[in-house]
Design a protein around this ligand. Structure first.
Ligand code: KIV
Length: 286
């Protein structure tokens, strides 16, 4: 689904088709145009503008302070990359908890002002009327169960959910109810792998896991975790597919040392006093 290729945009029906075909897919978070453009070149089918934004970009300790304006600002940046991916935007804490009417107003703003495709919200039975209202208004909705970071206070911290048999049964029911209400997919965060498999079997729509084992339909990772940008330690479910923090430290340290020693910039990195043949930014230096 490269922005340079012939592919059309991913739709919610494509995810259902992937599930039906038994093909696992990925979702990756992005918060800016650069990341979204890269993910699109790599045919990542779903981009999530997650409210993890608050923690990995904005420097908050939780996702709770993130505002609807923050989400729209970053969703607009992602959409400027014109990705072919399905772009899902988190409704942040405080923008839908009052009920369907508030959720609809918030979701309409996200879709209208950013051009993104869908919204995600956290919760089970409690948000079913809200999911119904958004879907009835034509807005695709992704659910989110298990460790729901917007309820971190109520959950007593960022911890694995669904170990208690009653909680596990409720999670299965919640996933079924979200799908029946019209959600097109559900994120399962930080739950035991066996429970995730049960939830996936019960869910009428694709499940996307993070810390939920392998028996789900798709996997999501946060950009900064996937690329090794954070200071660590990482949660158990993170696999760093690159060590960009280490690369950045080496690069900036070398830049600082090169400037101190006078080896940067070199003559070939410097504009001369002669005819303006090489003045265009990015022009070959030779
Ligand atoms: O905000 C986010 O990035 C998320 C993912 C962890 C699923 O909700």
């Amino acid at each position: 689904m490269s922005s340079h290729g012939p592919h059309r945009r991913t739709t919610i029906h494509d995810l259902a088709a992937l599930r039906a075909a038994g093909e696992r897919f990925v979702m990756v978070t992005a918060y800016d145009a650069n990341a979204a453009g890269l993910l699109d070149e790599l045919d990542v089918p779903v981009i999530l503008v997650g409210d993890s934004l608050g923690m990995v970009v904005l420097g908050h300790e939780t996702t709770l302070p993130v505002t609807l304006d923050d989400m729209i600002h970053h969703a607009r940046a992602v959409m400027r990359a014109r990705p072919r991916a399905l772009v899902v935007v988190d409704l942040p804490f405080g923008s839908y908890q009052q009920g369907p009417e508030q959720a609809l107003a918030s979701a309409v703003r996200v879709i209208k002002e950013s051009g993104a495709d869908a919204v995600k919200l956290e919760g089970g039975a409690r948000v079913v009327p809200t999911v119904r209202a958004l879907v009835a208004a034509g807005i695709p909705v992704m659910g989110h169960l298990g460790l729901t970071p917007q309820s971190v206070g109520q959950l007593g911290g960022f911890r694995v959910q669904g170990r208690d048999p009653d909680d596990a049964a409720a999670l299965v029911d919640d996933a079924r109810a979200l799908g029946d209400a019209g959600a097109f997919a559900t994120v399962l965060e930080c739950i035991p792998a066996g429970l995730a498999a049960r939830v996936t079997a019960a869910s009428p729509v694709p499940t996307i896991g993070i810390g939920a084992g392998a028996d789900v339909d798709g996997q999501v990772l946060v950009w900064h975790d996937l690329l090794g940008l954070g200071p660590g330690p990482d949660p158990r479910f993170v696999r760093r597919y690159a060590q960009l923090r280490t690369s950045i430290i080496a690069a900036v340290t070398t830049f600082r040392d090169d400037v101190a020693s006078g080896t940067f910039p070199a003559p070939e990195e410097t504009y001369g006093d002669g005819p303006a043949v090489d003045d265009a930014p990015g022009a070959p230096s030779a």
